[in-house]
Design a protein around this ligand. Structure first.
Ligand code: NAD
Length: 264
């Protein structure tokens, strides 16, 4: 399978990792369909791809809404006639401790159910709808391709992210679940993989307090943030290496919590 000539549907492509991937795949000759809630960002990224000579279209909507995701995938089929690369990348955070205490040791706040549900709705339900709506069209139209999910290094369990870590841990199981289902049903031409980025240089992290960022980087062997280009080249490798299937690939620069803890 080649990136060149493939049709790539990318959710959350109006910013950060998704934006970089959309532009990178377009440069390599893929036709790009971007789904995002952020209309202004969508227009900007699609405009920049087209100005650089690429082929791209944007579809505004939320990955949490069934009808929006159906429209996104229908647009890919109608406009470009196929779906080959699906990057289920849209994701949000809403961090907080489940139970937070004051100086006297009494509970001053708890993580709201809204903060929990909103992250589940986008990161989990949204990713489910993205791969489901893509796969049903790929199967019915005989499209060869690959579904790529976005997990996170924090799928191993990050304090302050009970909602986010839970969604990313669940997603890390999907490549095995889905290739198992495809095997059962004789669906051979759709592979499934996931990428787990580490701390990546996107607007959220670059905008962080610099001291907090330096502290986070103490856990990273490379001593720096992962670049969106490194996520994108991993995605291209997944697309072009058909031996990669039913698996998760970490791209973290070597996040390690153990040695730092031991050094204390
Ligand atoms: P980002 O905030 O820069 O971009 C996310 C995009 O998703 C935005 O354009 C936003 O508008 C869109 N989005 C949010 N909710 C949506 C919805 N309901 N429907 C459609 N689009 C929606 O984020 P990023 O840092 O590029 O992260 C991208 C993905 O990578 C996320 O799944 C994130 O969890 C994962 N990730 C990021 C990092 C990191 O360090 N940046 C690390 C690990 C995993």
């Amino acid at each position: 399978m080649q990136v060149k000539g493939s049709v790539a549907v990318i959710t959350g492509g109006a910013s950060g990792i998704g934006e970089f991937v959309a532009k990178d795949l377009a440069k390599e000759g893929a036709k790009i369909v971007i789904g995002d809630m952020n209309q202004a960002g969508l227009d900007r990224v699609v405009g920049e791809i087209q100005a650089a000579g690429g082929d791209a279209i944007g579809v505004a909507g939320s990955v949490s809404k069934e009808e929006d995701v159906a429209k996104l995938m229908d647009t890919a089929m109608t406009k470009f006639g196929s779906i080959n690369i699906v990057f289920a990348n849209a994701g949000i955070i809403s961090d907080g401790l489940m139970v937070n205490t004051d100086k006297a040791g009494k509970v001053k706040s708890v993580l709201s159910v809204d903060a929990f549900r909103s992250v589940v709705e986008v990161n989990l339900v949204g990713a489910f709808l993205t791969v489901r709506e893509a796969a049903r069209r790929m199967v019915d139209n005989g499209c060869k391709g690959v579904l790529v999910l976005t997990s996170s290094i924090n799928c191993t369990g990050q304090p302050g992210q009970i909602n986010y870590s839970s969604t990313k841990a669940a997603i890390s199981l999907w490549p095995k679940i889905l290739v198992g289902e495809f095997l059962m049903k004789g669906i051979k031409d759709i592979r499934v993989a996931a990428i787990a980025p580490g701390y990546t240089a996107t607007p959220i992290l670059l905008g962080m307090n610099q001291e907090a960022l330096a502290s986070v980087l103490k856990d990273v062997h490379a001593g720096r943030l992962v670049e969106p280009a490194e996520i994108s080249s991993t995605l291209r490798h997944i697309v072009e290496n058909e031996g990669i299937d039913g698996t998760l690939i970490e791209v973290t620069g070597g996040v390690t919590y153990g040695p730092r803890q031991r050094a204390k």
